[in-house]
Write a protein that binds this ligand. Structure first.
Ligand code: GDP
Length: 201
């Protein structure tokens, strides 16, 4: 699949604010600063569609980007901020739970982890959530340009193992700097968007 058109539609705090047109969702989730916004911008080839954070912790909403007028790329709020209150953590958790329960057309979730680091407790919790809700998942291991080539393969296996994902779960090393993995990710997404066989524009 090739992204030909990408536009920001809306931000929502709860299900009342989600688009109601029944189009499929592909959601993205990851720790704050993992490179989620950069990945959205690289995939859509728009520099400023998602805000690359100088200020981690600012994006606390569910953002909807309409792609090719056919599906939503859903930017879920990042987690793992060092300095957030219990109240903020709870409101993040409530927002995520609400999304997982109410987004009936969630076809696939892209979970992003930094390839250089083992998953945090919050990453592991997110993986458990994804398994609990039985959401098809693609794991993206970001910032692959920062890791020596020979270390990529073992680290991919390690991430899969530590997050408890089966061999069926694709793990894609990616980089917005070298563009590694971006095309592969788009190809993998095709499997979750069967109705996109014929491009609209
Ligand atoms: P977000 O908080 O997950 O949305 O992360 P951002 O997209 O704002 O990125 C956080 C930081 O990581 C920024 O300084 C980016 O320039 C940097 N970054 C993102 N992706 C990559 C990558 O693939 N390679 C490298 N080297 N840096 C990246």
């Amino acid at each position: 699949m090739e992204i030909k058109k990408a536009e920001f539609i809306t931000s929502a705090v709860n299900a009342g604010g989600y688009p109601q047109d029944g189009l499929p969702h592909i959601a993205m989730v990851g720790k704050s600063n993992v490179g989620k916004s950069s990945l959205i911008n690289a995939l859509t080839r728009q520099n400023k569609l998602a805000r690359v954070s100088g200020e981690p912790g600012k994006t606390r909403l569910v953002n909807f980007f309409l792609i090719n007028e056919s599906f939503y790329l859903v930017d879920l709020p990042g987690y793992g901020f060092a300095r957030v209150s219990k109240v903020e953590k709870k409101s993040w958790g409530d927002m995520m739970n609400e999304y997982f329960r109410k987004a009936v057309s969630l076809n696939c979730i892209i979970m992003i982890v930094d390839i250089r680091h083992n998953p945090t407790a919050e990453d592991k919790q997110m993986a458990e959530w994804i398994k609990y809700y039985q959401i098809p998942v693609i794991l993206v291991a970001s910032k692959a340009d920062k890791l020596g080539k020979t270390r990529i393969k073992p680290q991919v296996a390690q991430l899969r193992k530590l997050l408890g994902f089966s061999n069926q779960v694709p793990v894609i090393p990616s980089s917005v700097v070298s563009k590694q993995g971006l095309e592969l990710l788009m190809e993998q997404l095709d499997a979750y968007l069967p109705e996109l066989d014929s491009p609209i524009i």
